[in-house]
Design a binder for this molecule. Structure first.
Ligand code: ATP
Ligand code: MG
Length: 509
C-alpha cells in the first residue's frame, strides 16, 4: 500500500511538529516541521531532483548535500518537494526545517523545535541549541533542511575571497555548525545563495540551481497564472524577457492574473520604460516564500548585495560599475580596468570625482600605483566571488576569459541606485563605467569620442549586432552626460540612467 494513503498532512504555514507514540512503527511517531504547505503545482525539475535524490537516498545512513543558486531560482521549491516526498515515502521519517539567514532566526526555529520535542522551556543559548541537536539525532530517521544559509560566516566558513581584516570578527562569532546534527543516521539538506556552501558539504555534493529550461518555465507561467493554451500569445517573448527565471515568472504570472491582462499587455508594460520598473518592483503574495520579506524581483537580491558590501567593497564597487555596462561579453580586460579605475578613485579619495573638473579624465594616470600582477589577482577574485553568488556567469570563449552578468540582477542593482540617498553613488559608478570603457578604446585625445564609433564597428565586423547597438546607445548617452549636458542635474537624473539601458535593450527587440 502506498504510504501516501496512511499519512495525511495538514496544510500549514507555521512550523508544526507532532510526536506521539505510534504502535504501527514500533516507536515514537515522526515529527514534521515544515514552514510551507506542499506546493501541489510544483514544476518538476527532473535533472536537479534526480541529482538530489541520488545524493540523498532515503537510506538509514548519514548523507548531506546542498542546493545553491541565485535568490528566486527555485531552491526552496525543490527542497520542499524533496521533503514532502521523504515524508510520504517513509512514514517513520521526521522532517525539520530551519531558516538560517541569521543567528536569531536559527535560534528561534530551534526553540520551536525544542518545544515540540518536549524539551524544557528553560533551555536557552548554547544549551538549547545542543539539546535540539541531540533531540534530532535521537530520531531513528530524520531530515533537516537548513534554508537560507546565505551568510556562511555563521557556520564558520572563511571565504578566502573575503578581505583579511574580517578574520578577527569571525573568530569571536558563534559558530552554528556545532549545532547541526550528524550521523550515523539522518539527512541534512543545505540551501544557500552562495556556492561556497560546497566547502561544508563537499564541492561535488553542491547542486547549482539556475534558471528553468523553457518547457519548465512555460509550465510555471501556465500554472501560477492559470493560463490556458489559447492564452499563450507572447509567452515565448515573456520567457526570454525574464530569462526563464522562476521568481520573475511567478511574479509576472500573478500580476497578470490579478490585473486580468493578457501576456501581450504585460509585455507592453515591460516595454514601456516608465511602467517597467513599476511592474517589476511589485511584490505579490507567494505562499511558498517567507512572509514579511519582499518578492519583488528588483529588491530580492538587496540582501545579497548588502552582504557583498560587508564582505568586500572592491567586489561591491565592481558589481556597480558593471551594472552600467553591456551585460554580455564582459571581458576580463573590462574587469581588470574596472579594478584599476576603482582603486585609483579610492586612492584619490574620490576628490577628482567630486570636483568635476574638465581634466579629470586622465587615462595615463589610471594605473600609476597599481602593480599589474596585484590588479590582475584582485580582478580574478572579484570575478570568482561574483560567480559564487551567481551574479556573473562565465561564457564559453576560446582564447579569453569572458563573463555575462544576469540582466535582471543588473537592473536590480541600477534600481537600488535610484534611491535618493544613493544619487552620489549613481553618478560615481556611471562615471567609473565610462572611464573603464574609454580606457579600453583605442582612440584618445582630441578624437577621443570617435572611439565610440570604432568599437561598434569592430563588433559589426564580427556580426555582433546586439553589442553594436548597445555600445552605440550607451556611448552616446554617456557622452551626452559627461560632455554635452554636464550640469549636475543631468548627471543625477535617474531617467537618464534608465534611458541608457532602455534604449540599448529596446533596439534589440
Ligand atoms: N519548481 C517550481 N515550481 C513552481 N513554482 C516555482 C518553482 N520554482 C520556483 N517557483 C516559484 O518561484 C518562487 C521562488 O522560488 P524559491 O522561493 O524556491 O526561490 P529560492 O531560490 O529559494 O530563493 P531565495 O534564495 O530568495 O530563498 C516560488 O515561490 C514559486 O512561486
Ligand atoms: Mg528560498
Amino acid at each position: 500500500m502506498s504510504s501516501l494513503g496512511r499519512i495525511s498532512f495538514p496544510t500549514f504555514l507555521e512550523p508544526q511538529i507532532s510526536q506521539a507514540s505510534d504502535g504501527e512503527h514500533g516507536g515514537p511517531a515522526p515529527c514534521y516541521s515544515i514552514p510551507f504547505p506542499r506546493n501541489e503545482g510544483v514544476i518538476h525539475r527532473t535533472t536537479i531532483s534526480n541529482r538530489l535524490a541520488a545524493l540523498l537516498p532515503p537510506s538509514r545512513e548519514y548523507h548531506n548535500a546542498a542546493l545553491w543558486g541565485l535568490g528566486g531560482s527555485g531552491k526552496t521549491q525543490i527542497a520542499l518537494d524533496y521533503a514532502y516526498r521523504r515524508c510520504y515515502d517513509d512514514p517513520a521519517c521526521s522532517v525539520f526545517w530551519v531558516h538560517a539567514d541569521s543567528e536569531t532566526s536559527f535560534t528561534q526555529n530551534y526553540k520551536s523545535i525544542a518545544r515540540k520535542l518536549g524539551l524544557p522551556e528553560s533551555l536557552s543559548g548554547k544549551d538549547l541549541l545542543m539539546n535540539v541537536r541531540a533531540g534530532i539525532e535521537g530520531n531513528r530517521c530524520w531530515l533537516l533542511v537548513i534554508d537560507n544559509a546565505d551568510n556562511l560566516q555563521l557556520f564558520g566558513v572563511r571565504n578566502v575571497l573575503r578581505i583579511k581584516d574580517q578574520d578577527q570578527a569571525e573568530d569571536t562569532a558563534l559558530n552554528l555548525s556545532e549545532f547541526i546534527p550528524r550521523g550515523p543516521v539522518g539527512t541534512v539538506l543545505w540551501i544557500s545563495r552562495d556556492k561556497e556552501i560546497g566547502s561544508i558539504v563537499g564541492a561535488r555534493r553542491a547542486i547549482e540551481v539556475t534558471r528553468m529550461v523553457e518547457d519548465e518555465a512555460l509550465e510555471l507561467l501556465k500554472t501560477v497564472g492559470d493560463i490556458g493554451n489559447d492564452e499563450l500569445d507572447g509567452a515565448p517573448e515573456l520567457l526570454a524577457e525574464l530569462g526563464c527565471f522562476p521568481l520573475a515568472l511567478s511574479q509576472a504570472a500573478t500580476f497578470r492574473r490579478k490585473m486580468s491582462i493578457t501576456i501581450r499587455e504585460y509585455l507592453s508594460r515591460l516595454a514601456n520604460r516608465r511602467k517597467r520598473w513599476n511592474v517589476l518592483q511589485t511584490s505579490a503574495h507567494d505562499p511558498y516564500r517567507r512572509q514579511g520579506l519582499t518578492n519583488s524581483i528588483l529588491k530580492t537580491w538587496d540582501t545579497s548585495v548588502e552582504q557583498i558590501r560587508q564582505e568586500n567593497e572592491v567586489v561591491f564597487d565592481i558589481l556597480h560599475i558593471l551594472a552600467f555596462l553591456d551585460n554580455q561579453n564582459i571581458s576580463f580586460e573590462i574587469l581588470h580596468q574596472a579594478v584599476t579605475r576603482r582603486n585609483k578613485w579610492i586612492r584619490d579619495d574620490g576628490e577628482k570625482d567630486k570636483n568635476d573638473s574638465e581634466d579629470e579624465y586622465d587615462k595615463e594616470g589610471s594605473s600609476e600605483d597599481d602593480s599589474d600582477g596585484e590588479v590582475e589577482e584582485e580582478a580574478l577574485w572579484v570575478a570568482a566571488r561574483l560567480q559564487q553568488l551567481s551574479f556573473l556567469q562565465p561564457r564559453a570563449s576560446k582564447d579569453s576569459r569572458t563573463y555575462e552578468m544576469n540582466k535582471l540582477v543588473q537592473e536590480a542593482v541600477l534600481y537600488a541606485l535610484t534611491d535618493k540617498d544613493r544619487r552620489k553613488d549613481q553618478v560615481r559608478y556611471s562615471r567609473l563605467a565610462l572611464w573603464v570603457v574609454a580606457d579600453l578604446l583605442p582612440n584618445n585625445g582630441p578624437g577621443y569620442w570617435e572611439g565610440w564609433a570604432s568599437l561598434p564597428a569592430t563588433y559589426r565586423g564580427q556580426r555582433k549586432y546586439k553589442e553594436t547597438t548597445k555600445i552605440n546607445t550607451q556611448g552616446l548617452a554617456l557622452q551626452r552626460d559627461i560632455l554635452g549636458e554636464r550640469d549636475s542635474e543631468t548627471m543625477q537624473n535617474i531617467d537618464t540612467r534608465r534611458d541608457i539601458l532602455w534604449a540599448g535593450d529596446s533596439t534589440m527587440r
